[in-house]
Write a protein that binds this ligand. Structure first.
Ligand code: ZN
Ligand code: MN
Length: 474
């Protein structure tokens, strides 16, 4: 709810997300599905170019991918499903219709990140149009017929932040399941937002749809823009100017603009595609097996890492970076909670910090990194030593124990030897001792520093402090 001049407004947001599926071939033909192909019109054939007499054959992996997403979010997987023709005329759609699903989507219901899902259906992507060519346009059909899943949420979101969070969670799920890459900047995932603002909390008002959104931040900004635009119209007594329409997002102007009055589904003259067989999904797929085969889902991973004692922010870093989290899992495999927490701290703050600063560095092998952490756990290295060795093995991936020995970094835990050094430092600095005894207790660190210097940083600082306190108390 937003209150302006004492009046309450109730924004409601629903999302429609299209995501390309990373199958080897297209949805209804054997053409390569390759988002990275830069040469235009090389992945085409008579089927996806809609030559007369050709017949589509559904891609089973694409159907399976949508089912996996449905299973992951606890949705219902339909038994009966079919493909429909969505008729409209546009140069990027060679058949004059898009094969989509209307009445019988593969997935219905479910919940993701607290947001209720209406449905997920499967369709084919359109070609790419290039309009900035002067007085003509070009069409690249490499993308025409690429499998595309469309997910629709219930209108249950009320602010831009929740909408963006949902989008990111869906992106993460698609990547975790390995069914798509979902890069928004590459158009592999596209978000459309439906926004309405009502003066009555119990009634939905007229909604507009914003398209052409190519980042999560643009999605959030277009939602905020629409909410403010509509409230502005109400406040000016022009609420009746809010009409059902499609708007675009202008990145340069940071504003939405009217594109066209929204067509309703009648305009598309949907009907079942007579070229494609009806599907009995429960017979075509073993849903139990598919469910068992799902990888650990983002929310389950989050929970498990937090139960391990990993900080919430760090857990999020792992959940959203599969490469990093696989590395972490390898490092801590078979180890206990304490080890995992120490390893995680060195990974998220020190290792990632090093890698961000110097692109010539890389992850040391999990084996070497685990060995380094074990040396810290066993008090063979203090934190300075761990950091120094980490910087070296990120460049050379060498054995940390051999390095520590070679560089004399093995931590000195021998109380007898450290006591002698401490006594010598105290004896050599009677003035400092006097100041310390007069109440300047922070001077303890002066002596710790002396001993660290003497041992080239290898002394166990905790033991040194303990010994110094004992000596100085005497
Ligand atoms: Zn083709
Ligand atoms: Mn669609």
């Amino acid at each position: 709810m937003i209150t302006v001049n004492g009046k309450n407004y109730y924004p409601t947001i629903g999302l429609e997300v299209h995501a390309e599926l990373a199958t080897t071939t297209k949805m209804f033909c054997a053409c390569k599905n390759d988002a990275d192909e830069t040469r235009p019109n090389v992945n085409t054939c008579p089927v996806c170019m809609a030559h007369p007499g050709t017949l589509p054959v559904p891609n089973k992996t694409a159907i399976e991918s949508v089912i996996k997403v449905g299973l992951a979010i606890g949705a219902d997987i339909a038994n009966f499903s079919e493909f429909d023709r969505k008729n409209y005329f546009y140069p990027d759609i060679p058949k004059g219709y898009q094969i989509s699903q209307y009445k019988y989507p593969i997935v219905a219901g479910g919940k993701l990140g607290g947001v209720d899902i209406t449905r997920i259906h499967l369709e084919e992507d359109t070609a790419n149009s290039k309009h900035d060519q002067g007085n003509f346009s070009l069409v690249d059909f490499n993308r025409a017929g690429v499998p595309l899943m469309e997910l629709v949420t219930e209108p249950v979101i009320h602010d831009a932040e929740t909408a963006m969070k949902f989008g990111k969670e869906l992106q993460l799920l698609i990547r975790t399941l390995g069914v798509g890459h979902a890069n928004m900047e590459k158009g592999e995932m596209r978000v459309e937002v439906n926004v309405s603002v009502s003066e009555d909390p119990n009634k939905l008002a007229t909604k507009v749809e914003v398209k052409n959104i190519n980042s999560f931040s643009a999605a959030g900004k277009s939602i905020d823009y629409e909410i403010q635009r509509m409230i502005g119209l109400y406040e000016a007594g022009r609420g009746d100017e809010i009409v059902q329409e499609t708007r675009g997002w202008d990145e340069t102007k940071q504003a939405t603009y009217s594109q066209r009055r929204k067509e309703n589904s009648n305009d598309y003259r949907y009907f079942p595609d007579p070229d494609l067989a009806k599907m009995q999904l429960h017979e075509m797929f073993n849903l139990e097996e598919l469910k068992k085969g799902l990888p650990e889902l983002p929310w389950a991973k989050r929970e498990r890492l937090i139960a391990l004692g990993i900080k919430e922010g760090d857990a999020e870093v792992y959940v959203s970076d599969l490469k990093l989290s696989n590395y972490f899992e390898q490092v801590v495999s078979g180890k206990d909670k304490d080890f995992a927490q120490i390893a995680s701290n060195y990974i998220t703050s020190d290792l990632l910090g090093l890698l961000a600063k110097d692109s010539s560095l890389s992850y040391p092998s999990a084996e070497h990194f685990a060995k380094l952490i074990q040396m810290s756990v066993d008090a063979k290295l203090n934190s300075r030593g761990v950091k120094d060795i980490l910087a070296i093995i990120a460049a050379t991936d060498t054995d940390p124990e051999a390095l520590a020995n070679e560089k004399g970094l093995i931590q000195q835990n021998d109380e007898g030897a450290l006591k002698a050094l401490a006594q010598a430092a105290v004896d050599a600095n009677p003035n400092v001792v006097a100041e310390y005894k007069a109440g300047k207790e922070q001077l303890l660190m002066f002596f710790v520093g002396q001993i660290m210097k003497e041992t080239k940083g290898s002394a166990n600082p905790a033991i040194v402090q303990k010994i110094l306190k004992e000596i100085l108390a005497g």
